[in-house]
Design a protein around this ligand. Sequence first.
Ligand code: 5GP
Length: 195
Amino acid sequence: MGKKGQLYVFTGPSGTGKGTILGQVLERDKNVFLSVSATTRAPRGEEQDGVHYYFLTHEAFKEKIKQGAFLEYAQYVGNYYGTLEAPVDQQLAQGRDVVLEIEVQGAMQIHNKRPDAVMVFVAPPSMDELERRLRGRGTESDEKVQGRLQTARQEMGFANRFDYIITNDRLENAVADLLAVLAAERCRNRDKIDK
Ligand code: 5GP
């Protein structure tokens, strides 16, 4: 059988631009596939079932938890989010690299369950800048923004557990950094003998 694919975890506080970075990287690197998560939150805008997420009811999500179908799952702002294990493993078995774009609690579960996963954290240039970006969206109340900032501070506390930390100061640099991580990991000698 051929070489197995590599699993990547891409995490960072809300507002750091991780979705934008990943979107650009996936357009340029056709050898890495984004895992489609399941969630109980309602679809937003143009989101389609099976493309952006698998949209499940709370009951259906809980049933899948019971069945042990999730590689990881977490509750985030009142909804469940989770990665289905079977499709990820199918892709990896076919030699494809897979990336999970998930929040920190789920990332830590993957870190424990799959120690070979490459863990990437996206950080804002500063907390002040993150606050400016979150307020700049102009779509949320002050209370919601404060809530996100509070979560972001807690999430930043986990950054040191990651293999790579990418600071999203300028989008094009962050995209280049993530492409470089993928390139470096593909060259890594995983059979290295320590003498
Ligand atoms: P949103 O509702 O904005 O799409 O996502 C909210 C948060 O949930 C984001 O930080 C996103 O990365 C995270 N998320 C999306 N899918 C998953 C998943 O399968 N597992 C976990 N743990 N978090 C996820």
